[in-house]
Design a protein. Structure first.
Length: 627
């Protein structure tokens, strides 16, 4: 009877990935170790928040639903089908279950011991990569290689309000002009009016200045106490977000003063605006985007980008799809750029100028999850006086680059920014740049190509960017050999594993014994994707993952490899983002000693496609004979 059950289990598993990747002797070992478990209808297999019970589950018969609690309500995440594998996430993350698994009818599952599952991950690369890709994609359940459901994210618990502890005051006998000058100098929308003891007696806002002063022609020399709004509404520091929001709505006001005891009889310690309330509620991408749309203040954009980083950390912890995360962060970055440019265009009167702002490098690839340095440029339509037009656009670029710095995007060390005259040029000059780089491919030209060839239009005339892309495609096609140089450059960083399959770490310097995930893992894949995308004339696929997915449909003999490369890149993005947020840096260098065995194995498995795709480039572009 025991052999009969084992045979049935083995026969069942061999039809479902990733077990179908394994040879029969290994399947037999697994089948012998499996425990068959029966669950009645409405019985729980595991509950959200529980520690892993020591098993990974495969649905053999029946039906299992996966759900997640949001605001005390059970939200359906996925419905498992026969052959689906669930309960993997807590093994990969080392954390408690983030969902509940409940049998919705009489159900049989195959329970695989965690120890056996980890052994399979260690010993079988394709098996491990299958699960690692699901981990990168944020799947609630892994099913036969198909796309699973993304884990929903909600952080709706009630928190104490995070208010600004920086308040600006003036005395009640100061003039309106003096108060307005303080507000303008501090770039703030309100100022607290205090008496001789420092107690708040009122507030003056931008709205007050417009409605009570400018529109009525009031003399700016009169005391601010004549036009202030008072008494100011006060609250204590322990007020919750909801309480503050409701109080503002009831009172029809936009500002609250935080005082030591919550009354106007104690000293002010902070300020809350309705915008602060919105920021406190920003636990969802749509709220972030709405806040950006409503704000014209670069300081608020910086706050919103800070919130985006907090959201990124939440998404990484809850293992949301990296493709979804990258798309959301890129949209937020783009909106900040677009709003900064719009303000400068209006300020400088450039509404009729035909130009395009280009994002380059990682932002051009829609992969700048962390606020690393900015790479951008401007291409504009040729006019009679290109020098005069360049001067105007350089002024705009300077303002925009400074706003981005204010929002946390550092200056490019190589000064590849639109404010650099070299990278703010008419279309004809850009075409000459590309022509020279392609036809004179020295190391500097190839380096430039890896940055500028990832150009993406963010603001302005996309038609100009399309013309530049068309020209680039044409000169690459006509050169005949440039892709060989580009492919050779893509092989500069080989697969980062030693002979003994250990991760190659830095030998010396500031980052000794740390692993450079950018140079050794991400760049080889990004470079390979770029070469192959230009070889096939792929347009509109900006990210490395999208390039590989497009290539999987064009490279019939290497479709599986292209999909694995896309999955590997998502895994590397996740590791780098988590490292960067943890250490408040670019995330480029990872302390391998801090990774557990499973994390190391997932990382190692992600590098197998690097080796294989580099072999494809070497053979295709005959790099063994090319110099």
């Amino acid at each position: 009877m025991s052999n009969l059950i084992t045979d049935r289990v083995e026969f069942f598993l061999k039809d479902f990935p990733p077990f179908s990747f394994l040879e029969s002797p290994e399947l037999e070992v697994i089948a012998k170790s499996i425990t068959v478990k029966y669950f009645k209808k409405e019985a729980y297999i595991f509950k959200e928040g529980d520690l892993n019970a020591g098993f990974v589950y495969v649905l053999r018969q029946g039906s299992v639903k996966l759900s997640h609690l949001e605001s005390g309500q059970s939200v359906l995440l996925d419905q498992c089908e026969v052959g689906d594998i669930f309960g993997v996430r807590s093994v990969l993350s080392g954390k408690p279950y983030v969902m509940t698994a409940e049998a919705t009818e009489e159900t049989l599952v195959y329970a695989i011991k965690v120890e056996e599952f980890k052994r399979l991950l260690d010993e079988h690369t394709q098996f491990a990569l299958f699960f690692a890709s699901g981990y990168a994609a944020g799947q609630a359940v892994v099913r036969g290689g198909q796309q699973g459901a993304s884990l929903s994210v909600s952080t709706v618990e009630e928190n104490k309000l995070d208010y600004s502890r920086s308040i600006v005051t003036c005395s009640q006998d100061q003039s309106i002009k003096s108060a307005a000058e303080i507000m303008a100098g501090k770039n703030i929308g309100s100022i607290i009016i205090v008496d001789a003891e420092g107690m708040a007696v009122g507030i003056l806002t931008d709205s007050d200045l417009r409605r009570k002063v400018v529109s009525k022609g009031i003399d700016f020399k009169i005391p601010v106490s004549e036009v202030m709004t008072g008494p100011v509404k006060t609250v204590s520091s322990d007020i919750t977000v909801t309480e503050a929001q409701m109080f503002m709505l009831q009172q029809g006001i936009h500002h609250l003063l935080v005082t030591e005891d919550g009354t106007d009889k104690s000293l002010p310690v902070g300020m809350v605006s309705d915008h602060d309330i919105l920021l406190s509620r920003l636990n969802h991408p749509s709220a972030l985007i709405k806040a950006l749309k409503q704000s014209d203040d670069p300081l608020k954009w910086a706050e919103i980008r800070d919130k985006a980083e907090e959201m990124l950390l939440t998404f990484l912890d809850q293992e949301v799809s990296m493709a979804l995360v990258a798309g959301l962060i890129s949209r937020i970055n783009d909106m900040i750029i677009q709003k900064a440019i719009t303000q400068s265009v209006e300020k400088l009167g450039l509404q009729d100028v035909s130009f395009c702002w280009l994002s380059l490098g990682s932002e051009g690839r829609e992969e700048q999850l962390l606020r690393t340095d900015q790479d951008n440029a401007i291409v504009f339509e040729d006019v009679d006086d290109n020098d005069a037009m360049q001067a105007k656009l350089l002024e705009l670029a300077g303002e925009v680059n400074n706003v981005l710095i204010q929002c946390g995007f550092e200056k490019c060390p190589a000064d590849i920014m639109a404010r650099n005259p070299q990278w703010c040029q008419p279309l004809t000059v850009w075409e000459k740049y590309f022509f020279d780089w392609v036809h004179s491919p020295d190391p500097k030209s190839v380096m430039n190509s890896t940055i500028f060839f990832d150009l993406r239009p963010v603001y302005g005339s996309h038609a100009i960017a399309d013309q530049l892309h068309d020209f680039l495609d044409q000169v690459i096609y006509e050169s005949g050999t440039f892709l060989n140089f580009l492919a050779k450059n893509a092989l500069q960083n080989p697969a980062p594993l030693s002979f003994f399959k250990n991760l190659l770490v830095e030998r010396s310097g500031e980052h000794a014994d740390e692993f450079d995930i950018k140079a050794r893992g991400m760049m080889p894949l990004a470079d390979a994707a770029r070469v192959l995308a230009y070889e096939h004339g792929i347009r509109g696929a900006y990210s490395t993952v999208d390039k590989f997915k497009a290539l999987s449909g064009l490279e019939k003999n290497h479709a599986e490899l292209m999909n694995e490369a896309a999955q590997a890149y998502e895994i590397l993005m996740r590791y780098r983002a988590k490292s960067g947020l943890q250490h408040q840096d670019s995330g480029r260098y990872i302390d391998v000693s801090k990774l557990n065995k499973l994390e190391k194995q997932i990382l190692k498995n992600a590098f197998q496609p690097v080796k294989e795709i580099q072999e494809v480039l070497e053979v295709r572009f005959k790099l063994q004979y090319f110099s």
